[in-house]
Design a binder for this molecule. Structure first.
Ligand code: ADP
Ligand code: MG
Length: 343
């Protein structure tokens, strides 16, 4: 059965915005005015500072609509925007979503996109407070801006890591990258097949990590509950190597991470082996994990381990010592901020 297809032009800009932004109840006391006026009005609570971060996604560059369900895409773009605030140790509270729409995209597809955004907003208790909607000649473009609030003394920058600090990581690595490789492989293999039936069995976790990554709001909450303020923090979007090097550059320090402590999920190493990809390279250079990497003083080792949600993968050194991965036989491999080729 063919799905109903409504052209954006049939609704017009105002009709479309009204349809997409309905059913977004405001949840945050700091939202004084949401969608519908010339600008949103947001008021941080006394003693808190405001944080703002924005992310931009282009069809064909950042996502491929042949296999990316729009509902998941809606969820993922919120994760991406929110993750930058979490990396500052702040919780998100408002969101703005801007769209560049090609004539290819029907209203029903945008309904799906906003269903994903709505789900994420509810889950994160974030209010959709505005955006912009324009025509695009280059496929779908999505811009997402997240606003958050936090007491100033809890804000964590990239620049605070000190020699001997422990390097902590919130989950396994490389799964999102391998999820992307799987989707790309099935797309290639099934390019000329009339009724494609992609083979994803056994790799559901990888697909979920790539298509629907959860923002680690839980980590920010746990750190707050336990009274831990990391010395430095960054979210993992470009790959561990690249992001750790960014943190070290800002903090003017070096790092040693240990291969045997590197968490890699079974599905990640299994698919990597199947596709002749080095799982360690996937873990070091694969992006879009949206996990958090943070440092704490050595004296907090026990406290951090007790959280049960992080792995300690190494420690901070002098800047002159550089950034290296240490193998079990004691060899040192220099980390490089190469990232993986996109596809
Ligand atoms: P303006 O002409 O002032 O830019 P618009 O007509 O573009 O106003 O938008 C009307 C309202 O809808 C504004 O509150 C705006 O922030 C919001 N809005 C516009 N596009 C989107 C979108 N894609 N998602 C969410 N809110 C949107
Ligand atoms: Mg506008």
């Amino acid at each position: 059965m063919k799905q109903k297809r409504t052209e954006v032009a049939e609704l017009g800009e105002f009709g479309l915005i009204e349809r997409l932004t309905q059913d977004f109840p405001l949840q945050q006391p700091s939202t004084h005015c949401g969608v519908g006026d010339d600008a949103a009005v947001v008021a941080p609570t006394e003693g808190e500072v405001e944080l703002v971060s924005t992310e931009l996604f282009f069809e064909g560059v950042d996502f491929d609509l042949t296999y990316f369900p729009l509902k998941h895409l809606g969820y993922k773009v919120v994760t991406a925007a929110v993750s930058d605030l979490l990396a500052m140790n702040a919780r998100p509270s408002q969101l703005l979503v801007s769209l560049g729409l090609s004539s290819k995209i029907p209203v029903e597809a945008l309904d799906d996109l906003y269903e994903g955004i709505r789900f994420a907003c509810k889950e994160q208790q974030v209010d959709l407070v505005g955006g912009d909607t324009r025509a695009s000649m280059t496929g779908l473009v999505i811009g997402v801006t997240a606003i958050g609030h936090a007491p100033e003394e809890r804000i964590v920058r990239r620049s605070g890591a000190q020699k001997h600090d422990l390097i902590c990581l919130t989950s396994n690595l490389g799964a999102a990258y391998m999820g992307l490789q799987l989707l790309e492989r099935e797309k290639r293999v099934l390019a000329d097949v009339e009724h494609p039936e992609p083979q994803f069995k056994g790799y559901e976790y990888l697909l979920e990590k790539y298509l629907k990554p959860r923002p680690r709001t839980d980590i920010v909450d746990v750190l707050a509950e336990e009274g831990i303020v990391p010395t430095a923090m960054i979210d993992l979007t470009d790959g561990l190597s690249s992001d750790l090097m960014q943190l070290c550059k800002s903090s003017k320090c070096g790092a040693r991470i240990y291969l045997e402590r590197m968490p890699i999920a079974r599905q990640t190493s299994q698919l990597a082996e199947e596709m002749h990809i080095d799982p360690v390279m996937a873990a070091l250079n694969g992006g879009e994990d949206y996990e958090l990497l943070f440092t704490v003083p050595l004296s907090m080792q026990e406290q951090v381990m007790r959280l049960g949600v992080v792995d300690v993968i190494g420690h901070i050194t002098d800047e002159e010592a550089g950034c290296y991965l240490v193998t079990p036989d004691g060899q040192q491999m220099r980390l490089r901020a190469q990232g993986f080729p996109e596809k």
